[in-house]
Design a protein around this ligand. Sequence first.
Ligand code: FAD
Length: 449
Amino acid sequence: MKRVLIAGGGFGGFYAARRLERLAPEDVRITLINDVNFMLYTPLLPGAAAGSLEPRHVVVPLRERLERTELRLGWVIGGDPANSKLEVELIAGHTIQFDYHQLVVALGSVSRTFPIPGLAAHAIGFKTIAEAIALRNRLVRFLETAEEIDEPERRRPYLNFVFVGAGYAGLEGVAELQDFALDALAYYPRCREVGTRWILVDAAPRIMPQIQPQLARFTEDVLRRRGIEIMLETQLTEVTDESVTLTSGETIPCRTVCWTAGVKASPVAERLGLPLEQGRIACDERMRVRGHHNVWAIGDVAAIPDPARPGEPCPPTAQHAIRQGKLIAGNVAAALGDPRRDVRPFAYKTRGMFADLGRHNAVANVLGGRLKGFPAWALCRFYHLAWVPGIRRKIRLIADWTVDFWFRRDTAELGQLGHPPGLEEHMPPSAETGDGLASARALIDRPGG
Ligand SMILES: Cc1cc2nc3c(=O)[nH]c(=O)nc-3n(C[C@H](O)[C@H](O)[C@H](O)COP(=O)(O)OP(=O)(O)OC[C@H]3O[C@@H](n4cnc5c(N)ncnc54)[C@H](O)[C@@H]3O)c2cc1C
């Protein structure tokens, strides 16, 4: 039996598997390897971070949506393309060499960081559901902490938030979280006295290079009017657990730095024995990895020539990954010998983009036209509803958005979720040692807390 192996079950890998289920003959086995059993719908991540969407509603369980694909949970750790093998460490703990006739690599990207002192130790990314929820929990926990502090000046670092990177992740993240904080402040009178401060920093001279300058200016105005400070042509020089220093020389007391300044291809790409182009897997316009007849790559991990910008690779966006995933299914079917299919080049050009600014406001560049304010926000919601796979998920999103429209957001801090205490940790705190308190604090400080 021939096997098509898909490494990575995000936008690219999921859509490739779905389309292949229809196109590949019955005697072809489709295997998808992913490190988690869901696909994260990243454009909805800011909503999950701000508590307007239930975290489980912004992910798509792979087993629910895939019918004949065999899902294997594990981590791709290496490859031997000369012998058509991929090395995977399965979650059960053992390592397997998977054989394949055709391989599609769709392992996505990771946050790209720079050697800024203290950045890796103190900043948090905004690419995974764990990071989004940790960010929200940290915000609530810091409101609680600041509320306990008597001196207003000492409350400051807990109430200042710095986002780095003014692309859609940073922009939507800062807008949604500030919105949530303003809601939450109603319950924190001492924090209200000091107020929160929100700062968006970017090294570039403008925000959102992906949209037209006029829309970018409109977005900037909306955010500034809301009290978000935007510092352009500015970089970080140092991060500590209590402050951030900028190239302008300013030091901002701050305990939350969210890093969204760009992505780079998954580092696993370097271990697959495939040619690379600036860290991404080098592909031709048909998405075939250069020099390998049975290996393909798509999405953020792949450098596929961009039909819209000759000489440049496709930008790392979900729009591109989805279209590449769908197209590659046909190309793989053709490579498997389906006489009705050709191996076709990737020809998609971006038709538009949205940035949701929260509070019923958004900007959109659609089919060459510009839209802003409520119409853009409504269109943005419809667009995501159309793309999120599965009717049940769509209904859940509509329910979440409806509740969010009418009610204040929840301020419960559930950092302990997924980290239950050991039985011995249920013991009451001892008066002498304060052990109970220490274990409670340890729980809160765990990752994801
Ligand atoms: C907050 C945020 C908002 C965004 N908003 C938009 C937007 O509005 N519009 C847009 O077009 N794009 C948006 N993007 C970009 C978009 O998410 C990416 O371009 C898209 O996810 C790329 O798809 P992919 O299939 O290449 O990778 P992914 O969707 O990241 O999928 C990669 C998969 O591989 C898995 N994986 C990684 N390494 C391994 C391994 N070693 N072993 C096994 N599995 C592994 C991952 O868990 C993941 O499931 C946004 C990104 C972020 C972070």
